[in-house]
Design a binder for this molecule. Structure first.
Ligand SMILES: [Zn+2]
Ligand SMILES: [Zn+2]
Length: 400
């Protein structure tokens, strides 16, 4: 009898108990990955109480074997070299199935002394990190012992699921699916997608397109109808004084009285450029496409994907889309003109690291060209859009 008691473990042989245990432990791991490793360590989107840092750092290592320095370095490299050969886990380069099922291998291969040195700055470099947390099998080995104690022989299955569950969702789904399937709020220059709008299963990491657009924002949801569970946890930790998030997304203001562009306009626009491009899609491209569609009943089908063909970043364009674009522009020259004009605006952003005066001149020229195009094609939406851009400003500092 005593032998059987041991065999069933301390919690007894209960499938529902084991299932709840797996869900809770893996969920806590997702919280630690998104809040501590990702938003705090890799992106510095918040400050965090040392006690909470230690608990999460331990938990990630204990349940997955991952060290903070390695994870942070590999992830920062992913942002620095997204969708290029140097990206540690791009499905565009390595294939979706490879990243989905071998995401952990890709992650491990990327941990090199060079990467740790270049991208691992500001991460823990103490005795624990260099002697304990660098041993990836020790933590998960301890977890196996605990699982066996709790569930007896079934503990081995429980442990097996834990070992597959987190890498599959955290490495495979986010890094693979998050760059392949879903919707895009912003045309940031990579293939990132929001997998689903209600992001609770992987604690907000599903909103990967928002994240690549505003990587230093502690909150990953942007639209009213999106939900980021990780942000909920951050607010909870903040309530208990355990963390302090930095500013959310880009900070801009609109000054309706302003009608000329200045350096403030440029700074605000550069901060919010992805949202500006998304507005261009909705406020300029969409109305033109709808009116063409109602005037040309026969071409309605051809115009169905026109907005996408004009606004998509070239990195997510395939050959089929390029052919479609060609056909579309041939039939509707106004759309070709809008497309070229959008590309010109993107070129203006690309000058943002150069001299401010040059950027101001380039943007001024773009606004002037907009007026001519608006007049030529009678595009009042374009004029309105440009007027709105001129009202952008950065918030003035107020003394406390
Ligand atoms: Zn990514
Ligand atoms: Zn990131």
């Amino acid at each position: 009898m005593e032998f059987l008691d041991w065999w069933y473990g301390l919690l007894g042989l209960s499938i529902p108990t084991a299932a709840i245990y797996i869900l809770v432990t893996t969920h806590v791991t997702f919280i630690a990955i998104t809040v501590y490793l990702h938003r705090f360590s890799a992106h510095r989107a918040m400050t965090m109480h040392p006690a909470l840092q230690h608990v999460m750092r331990f938990w990630v290592w204990f349940t997955t074997g991952m060290g903070t320095k390695s994870w942070t370095a590999v992830h920062r490299k992913h942002h620095a070299l997204t969708e290029t050969e140097g990206d540690p886990h791009s499905p565009k380069v390595k294939g979706l199935w490879t990243i989905l099922f071998k995401g952990v291998e890709a992650y491990r291969d990327a941990i090199t002394p060079d990467t740790l040195e270049k991208y691992g700055k500001g991460t823990p470099d103490d005795w624990l990190e260099n002697n304990i947390y660098d041993q990836d099998k020790l933590g998960v080995g301890m977890l196996l012992v605990i699982d066996l104690l709790l569930f007896g022989s079934v503990g081995l299955v429980v442990w097996g699921i834990q070992m597959i569950w987190v890498p599959f969702f955290a490495a495979g789904v986010i890094n693979g699916v998050g760059h392949a399937i879903g919707y895009r709020n912003f045309e940031c220059p990579d293939a990132s997608k929001n997998i689903v709008p209600i992001a609770f299963f992987i604690c907000g990491e599903e909103l990967h397109n928002n994240h690549h657009t505003y990587p230093n924002s502690p909150k990953l949801s942007v639209k009213k109808w999106e939900f980021d569970l990780g942000w909920g946890y951050i607010k909870l930790f903040e309530f208990f004084g355990l963390c302090k998030p930095n500013k959310v997304g880009p900070v801009i203001e609109k000054d309706k009285t302003k009608s000329a562009i200045d350096f403030d306009t440029l700074r605000a626009l550069a901060n919010d450029r992805f949202a500006v491009m998304s507005k261009f899609a909705n406020q300029v491209v969409s109305p033109v496409v709808s009116s063409l569609s109602s005037e040309n009943g026969n071409s309605r089908k051809l115009l169905q994907k026109a907005k996408r063909a004009i606004c998509r970043d070239p990195i997510v364009m395939d050959q089929k889309m390029s052919q479609y674009q060609e056909q579309l522009f041939k039939q509707f020259p106004v759309l070709a003109e809008i497309y070229r004009h959008k590309e010109e605006l993107l070129k203006v952003w690309s000058k943002r690291t150069g001299r401010k005066e040059e950027l101001l001149k380039a943007f001024g020229n773009w606004c002037e060209a907009s007026e001519k195009i608006a007049e030529r094609w009678r595009l009042e939406h374009l004029s309105k859009f440009v007027d709105e851009l001129k009202s952008y400003s950065v918030p003035k500092l107020t003394s406390a």
